[in-house]
Write a protein that binds this ligand. Structure first.
Ligand code: OKS
Ligand code: ZN
Length: 328
C-alpha cells in the first residue's frame, strides 16, 4: 500500500493550547506522525511516497481566497504590528495556533492528500476490473488534520479540510464519493461544506456529547439537494468493539452500499481508542483490524486520510491495523 508522507507536515508545532481553561502541551504534535511512520516503516507492505506540489487551485475549490490569505499572512502581520485585531478573525476555538510554520505545514498536508487522491484516481482509471483485485487503497499520512475546518473557519487543530479537498478531486468526471468519518469527533467542517450537496454522502460515527459540541446530531440530515446525504451516528463513550462494528455494519448496509459510490474517503482518526487522552470510546487495537476488514467489504477504491488520535504508545499500531485489515 502506498503511503503519501512529507516531513514538511512536521514543521507546525505550537507549544501550547488551552483545553478547559488549562494551558497544556499542544496535543496535535509532530510526534503523532513520526510514531505512525515508524510503525508502518517496520512492516513490509507499506511504500512511502513524497507528494507533488499541485498548487493552490485544489485548495481554493473548498476555501475562499481571503481565508487562505489570512492563513498565509496572519503570523507575519501579528509579528510586524505587535498584536493585530484580526488575529482570531477566522478561528472558532483556542486549538488552532498560527505559528510561522503553520501555513507551510497546512499547505503540505493538503498536498499530501491531493497527491494521494490523484494517484488513486489515476490507478482506477488505468485499471481494468481484474486489476481492481486486490482493492486499491492509499493512505495520506498528513497533519495538521482537516475535518473540523470549515470553508472559512479553522478549529479543532484543523486549518484546511483535507477530506473535502480530495473529495472535489475524486468527484470530477461525474464520480460519486462517500466520506466515512471514523474519527472520535464529529467532522463538523466536512458536514458543513457539503451540507447542501448530494455528492458526497457524508457518514460520521462519533463520541457524543463531546467536541465540537453543537453538531453531529442524528437530526442533521442535509438540506435542499443534500437532504438525506448526511448521516450522523452519535455513540456513547462506553461503545466497545462489538457495538461499534455493529453500528458501522448497519450504516454500510443501509446507507453506504445503496449510494453506489465510485470512491470511498475514510477520515481516519484513532482517537476512539480506549485510552485516548482527548477522545476515547472503548475500542481496542484488535478492533481497528476488524474496522479495516469491514471498510474493505464496502468494496470501493479507498483513500484513507489521517485525522485525530493522541495515544502515542498505540497510534502506530492502531492506524496500521485499520490499513492491514483493509489489505487482507
Ligand atoms: C478545544 C479543542 C479540542 C479539539 C479536539 C478535537 C481534535 C480532534 N478547544 N478532532 O478530530 O481530534
Ligand atoms: Zn478527533
Amino acid at each position: 500500500m502506498k503511503v503519501f508522507y512529507s516531513n514538511v507536515c512536521l514543521k507546525h508545532a505550537p507549544k501550547h493550547e488551552i483545553i478547559s481553561g488549562n494551558l497544556i502541551d499542544y496535543l496535535e504534535s509532530p510526534s503523532r506522525l513520526i510514531k505512525i511512520k515508524e510503525y508502518l516503516d517496520s512492516l513490509p507492505i507499506f511504500d512511502f511516497v513524497s507528494p507533488i506540489d499541485n498548487g493552490l487551485d485544489p485548495i481554493l475549490s473548498v476555501h475562499p481566497k481571503d481565508y487562505v490569505e489570512y492563513l498565509q499572512t496572519a503570523y507575519d502581520e501579528w509579528v510586524n504590528i505587535g498584536g493585530n485585531k484580526d488575529a482570531g478573525l477566522y478561528c472558532s476555538d483556542l486549538s488552532c495556533c498560527i505559528t510561522k510554520d503553520t501555513w507551510e505545514s497546512a499547505y503540505e498536508s493538503a498536498q499530501v492528500v491531493i497527491s494521494a487522491a490523484l494517484e488513486l484516481k489515476r490507478f482506477v482509471e488505468e485499471s481494468s476490473e481484474k486489476e481492481m483485485n486486490p482493492l486499491p487503497g492509499i493512505f495520506a499520512l498528513c497533519r495538521p488534520p482537516g475535518h473540523h475546518a470549515n470553508s472559512n473557519v479553522c478549529s479543532g487543530y484543523c486549518f484546511l479540510n483535507n477530506a473535502a479537498i480530495s473529495t472535489n478531486i475524486l468527484k470530477k468526471d461525474n464520480k460519486k464519493v462517500v466520506i466515512l468519518d471514523i474519527d472520535y469527533h464529529h467532522g463538523n467542517g466536512t458536514q458543513d461544506i457539503f451540507y447542501l450537496s448530494s455528492n458526497p454522502l457524508y457518514v460520521s460515527l462519533h463520541g457524543s456529547p463531546d467536541y465540537p459540541w453543537f453538531t453531529g446530531n442524528e437530526s442533521e440530515k442535509g438540506e435542499g439537494e443534500g437532504e438525506g446525504f448526511n448521516v450522523n451516528i452519535p455513540l456513547s463513550k462506553d461503545t466497545d468493539d462489538d457495538e461499534y462494528l455493529k453500528k458501522l455494519k448497519k450504516v454500510i448496509y443501509e446507507n453506504i452500499n445503496p449510494y453506489n459510490a465510485d470512491y470511498l474517503i475514510v477520515s481516519l482518526g484513532v482517537d476512539t481508542y480506549k485510552d485516548d487522552i482527548i477522545g476515547g470510546l472503548q475500542i481496542t487495537s484488535e478492533g481497528y483490524k476488524r474496522m479495516g476488514e469491514l471498510i474493505k467489504s464496502i468494496n470501493l477504491p479507498t483513500l484513507f486520510v489521517m485525522e485525530g488520535g493522541y495515544h502515542l504508545e498505540t497510534i502506530g499500531i492502531n492506524v496500521g491495523n485499520v490499513l492491514l485489515g483493509f489489505n487482507t
